[in-house]
Write a protein that binds this ligand. Structure first.
Ligand code: BG6
Length: 501
């Protein structure tokens, strides 16, 4: 099926609202639905951004089935725990939302209850209704679920499908998955989600770079010495052993989220912020990336990981990874992109750092000893919600001598814009999928290219090195980026202090 799904947003009171929808949530009792999707849908409902008429059907294999009443209770608790809008405080909103939730089990060979429930929901809504299938299921279930959507007739021309990450586990499996999905849906109906691309501060990279004459002219190898994309987490695997031990930090975070962020940092200016142009420019960056060189990769595993319930006692899965990536094009040739992410690390942060070449410093006889070489000019984009941007520079300290100190200019979302309109990554992307806008979703060719450059690492991974929980990974993580230094951990964060080690 290759029917195009044209975006037709409906405006209600000046706000773009999607057309009438039935949303079918696969994996409705799982972790992602609990933490992000059910709270996100409630927040969209409370913000008036869901369609005027909609139904949400939770589904899971019969062995995990719950009743509609239990599903509503589950969703309420999820929203209470993880949504900024609390059902207890917004009783009217909840009272409107809850009756639109229902549950129906479905297995690949037994989907009658789900097709009946979808038909019932569409009849209730009336008129022409769109279907949005969100596959919040383990990667191994993508192909069977998509097959079921085809076999059951649930996938129609007016349907769209959101597929979670990781899209495949290597190049071969990603190609197979792509073929399986394309056997049922046309490309314009497929929304491969990467929730980092829905984060306000990640989208702001495009505004920061391309809406200002100030930064883009220096955004290249002539001025930038290194780029870091650093996403340490304090969380451990939080009971997700079954998923995590098969996945590891590289597939869970780098090949999905961090490479996508790299795409935004490194892309050429697109001619428009539409799906075709934005995805095209990102794919060109991925095309220019060199295959990952395993000599520039450190894989770590936190001490105690192998004792986590569900983890193999000899597991070689990395719980943190740091690597150097290279974008071999005119803009970035020779600029290392250092990427790091992992579990049970020293802090939870989401930070991009661009370090600038140093100017000649001969004329300045003295500067404070605590400013390390190469750390004086940096742009630091903190993209954890609500996000901030800091530019670090040297300034003259007051006094009779020309002594330099490190200073910074700081923009914070929290102090600059009202947070009321902010949407979480998932919320923004589910809304975009309902509106038919694929700009912030990943394209098939882009993902396949990322798996292609990953092949050397996936086939020949360096041994995992142990690190203490709460640390910053094994020592070789620092050696990896010499002569540079990781921006994190920082010291002296207070305004006027000296950043970096
Ligand atoms: C998910 C990963 O995609 O992203 C998790 O599977 C990770 O392991 C999470 O913790 C981080 O996202 P956020 O937006 O919650 O920081």
């Amino acid at each position: 099926m290759t029917a195009p799904s044209v975006a037709k947003p409906v405006t209600h009171g000046g706000i773009h609202r999607p057309e009438e929808h039935v949303i079918v949530l696969f994996g409705a009792t799982g972790d992602l639905a609990k933490r992000k999707l059910l709270p996100g849908l409630f927040h969209l409902a409370a913000a008036g951004l869901l369609p005027r008429r909609y139904r949400i059907i939770g589904t899971s294999p019969a062995s995990f089935a719950i009743s509609t009443e239990e599903f509503r209770d589950h969703a309420r608790q999820a929203a209470e725990d993880f949504c900024i809008t609390k059902p207890a405080h917004e009783a009217d909103c909840w009272a409107e939302f809850a009756p639109r939730l229902s549950f129906a089990p479905a297995d690949p060979g037994d989907y009658g209850a789900l097709t009946d429930e979808v038909a019932r929901a569409e009849k209730e809504i009336g008129g022409t209704v769109r279907r949005l299938f969100h596959l919040a299921v383990p990667p191994a279930a993508f192909t069977p679920v998509v097959g079921m959507l085809g076999a059951s007739g649930l996938a129609t021309d007016r349907s769209r499908v959101i597929i979670e990450k990781p899209f495949g586990t290597d190049l071969k499996s990603a190609i197979e998955l792509d073929q399986a999905v394309h056997a049922v849906f046309g490309e314009s109906q497929i929304y491969r989600i990467d929730h980092f691309l829905g984060k306000e501060s990640v989208d702001n990279i495009l505004a920061f770079r391309f809406a200002n004459g100030l930064f883009e002219p220096v955004w290249n190898r002539s001025h930038i010495a290194y780029v870091q994309i650093d996403v340490p987490e304090t969380l451990s695997i939080e009971g997700r052993a079954d998923f995590y031990d098969k996945t590891g930090a590289y597939r869970d975070m780098i090949v999905t989220h961090l490479f996508q962020v790299l795409g935004f940092v490194a892309m050429e200016p697109p001619t428009a912020l539409s799906a075709q142009q934005l995805r095209g420019e990102k794919t060109k960056v991925f095309d220019a990336m060199r295959p990952i060189d395993v000599r520039h990769v450190v894989r770590g595993q936190y001490e105690g990981y192998r004792r986590e319930p569900g983890v193999a006692s000899d597991s070689q899965t990395e719980t943190m990874i740091a690597l150097r990536a290279e974008v071999d094009n005119w803009r970035w040739k020779g600029v290392p992109f250092y990427l790091r992410s992992g579990k049970s690390l020293g802090a939870g942060r989401q930070v991009i750092t661009l370090g600038f070449h140093e100017p000649p410093m001969r004329m300045f006889k003295t500067h404070r000893k605590d400013i390390p070489d190469g750390r004086r000019n940096e742009i630091i984009i903190d993209f954890a919600d609500p996000g901030s941007i800091t530019t670090k520079f040297l300034a003259k300290e007051p006094g009779a001598e020309m002594t330099l100190g490190s200073e910074q200019m700081l923009f914070t979302y929290a102090n600059s814009f009202a947070a009321a309109n902010a949407l979480e990554g998932y919320e923004r992307l589910i809304l975009d999928a309902m509106l038919g806008d694929q700009a912030l979703f990943t394209s098939s060719d882009g993902i396949l290219r990322l798996w292609e450059i990953s092949e050397p690492l996936l086939t020949n991974p360096p041994a995992v090195e142990a690190y203490a929980p709460g640390s910053w990974g094994p020592d070789s993580v620092n050696a990896l980026i010499e002569p540079h230094h990781w921006h994190l951990p920082q010291s002296g964060l207070a305004p006027g202090g000296v950043g970096g080690r």
